[in-house]
Structure formats: C-alpha cells, structure tokens
Design a protein around this ligand. Structure first.
Ligand code: 13P
Length: 252
C-alpha cells in the first residue's frame, strides 16, 4: 500500500514535561487522530517515554532526533537506536543540517547510524540539503547528490528509508524554496536513488524549511513531495494541525 502523506514535527531542543503534555493534549483535542496523514512527533530524547505513553492508540507515530551508530558501550551522553526502539520510537532523523554543521557529523557517520537504526527496526529520515553558498554557486544538485551517495546504505527501499530535503538557508528563516526548485531537487533525488538501487520507488521524499500553514498547500501538492518535516510550526498545535489539514486533498 502507498504511504499516506507524512507530516513530521521536529521539536528540536524545545519543550519540557508539562509543555509537551499540553501540546499533545491540544493536538488530540484538535482531532489529530482523524487525519489521513501519517503524523510523526519527534521530541527531544528526555520526552520520548512520556510522549510514547500519551500517544498510545491515537495513530500518531514517534520519532527521535538522532542516534549513535553503536548499540551500547562507553559513549557518554549518547543514545543508541536500540534504546530509541525500546521506548517506542518508529523513526529517527539522521543527518539533520544542525547535526552536520553544529556537531560536525559526517556522511560516513550518518551511513553507520542508518545501518544501526534499520537493524533496530527504526525507519531513518535522512536529511540532505545545500547551504546558501552552494545554492548561489549553482551546486545544490551536486551537494545533495553527494550526500545521498555517501549517507545511504546500499539496499535502500521504501521499507527502510525516508529522505528529507531541507535546504539549510530555508531552515528557521521564514524563507521557503520555490515550488519549481523543490520539484527540481526532488526529481534529482528520485533519479539518484534509482541509479543507486532499482527498488527505490515509493521512498517518501519530504520537504523541510519554514513550512507553515500559509505555504504548506503549495508544497504538499507537488507530485514528488511525500510530506513535510516541520520545525518551528510543529510547536504550535494550531499551526501543526492546520498543516496536517492541508493533506486532505493529497492523493496517496
Ligand atoms: P523550520 O520549520 O523551523 O524552518 O525547521 C525545519 C527543520 O529543520 C525541520 O527539521
């Protein structure tokens, strides 16, 4: 069966026990369970267990923001894919641009994390995207192509992978990529996936970068956009619900 449109909310390093409980309660009151979209909430690690309990029987899925490539050991401060799966995560974001730029995460590390996540039954959401300098130099396609080449394990398929295209210059800036640019890069991603491995049809490709209720419709309607990865607007229940609502016209 085709995957329904995916709306994933990356809370980043935000919210505490009380404020996150209120957010989930507001989402439930707002009718999130009735949505035909696949809704994924991605809280910080401290909240995963609590949110897992709160979303039982709601149809909402749980994701984490990162994992370590090893399953256990002397890696102070790190969290493994096995640990995430054990508290109820279904998904894990890997290679978010903030991890790459602020914490020096490399493509090789992301690939190792991807293997580990899949081994533990998690679906990785692998992020790719160019910075402004790369875009202005006409290098967006090459940057994204190289990231895909080097981050993805060999046997990627729709059962073990989601890609998120997040142009760095659009994250948290209020600037969104134009529909034509999104289409161009998504089709490049699709072709790169196909050249790598024939069985990649149906891998969802999400767009992320200043997605808001005001621009979600024109992004979600694009043919090769399988959903959106939302940052700031996912912390506001009204905005997140409004974005989810825009999927009602999107076919599977
Ligand atoms: P914003 O929606 O706040 O731009 O963040 C996007 C993002 O980084 C999601 O992972």
């Amino acid at each position: 069966m085709a995957t329904p449109p995916i709306i994933a909310g990356n809370w980043k390093m935000n919210l505490l026990l009380e404020s996150s409980t209120k957010l989930i309660s507001d989402l439930k009151k707002g009718g999130i369970s009735k949505s035909r979209a696949r809704v994924i909430v991605i809280p910080p690690a401290t909240l995963l267990s609590s949110i897992a309990d709160q979303i039982k029987n709601t149809g909402i899925f749980l994701g984490a923001q990162n994992c370590h490539e090893e399953l256990k050991g002397a890696f102070t401060g790190e969290v493994s894919a096995e640990m995430l799966a054990s508290v109820g995560c279904n998904y894990v974001i890997l290679g978010h641009s903030e991890r790459r730029t602020l914490f020096g995460e490399t493509n090789a590390q992301i690939k190792a994390k991807m293997s580990s996540a899949i081994k533990c039954g998690l679906t990785p959401i692998v992020c790719v995207g160019e910075n402004l300098r790369q875009r202005e130099a006409g290098g967006a396609m090459d940057t994204v192509g190289k990231q895909l080449e080097e981050c993805l394990i060999d046997k990627v398929s729709k059962d073990n992978c989601i890609i998120a295209y997040e142009p760095i210059w659009a994250i948290g800036t209020g600037q969104t990529a134009e529909p034509d640019d999104i289409e161009e890069i998504h089709s490049h991603i699709r072709n790169t996936l196909k050249a790598k491995e024939p069985n990649t049809d149906g891998i969802p490709i999400l767009y992320g970068g200043s997605v808001k209720p005001e621009n979600a419709s024109k992004i979600l309607v694009l043919p090769d956009v399988g959903g959106v990865l939302v940052g700031g607007a996912s912390l506001n229940p009204k905005d997140f619900l409004a974005i989810i609502d825009k999927t009602s016209g999107k076919s599977e």
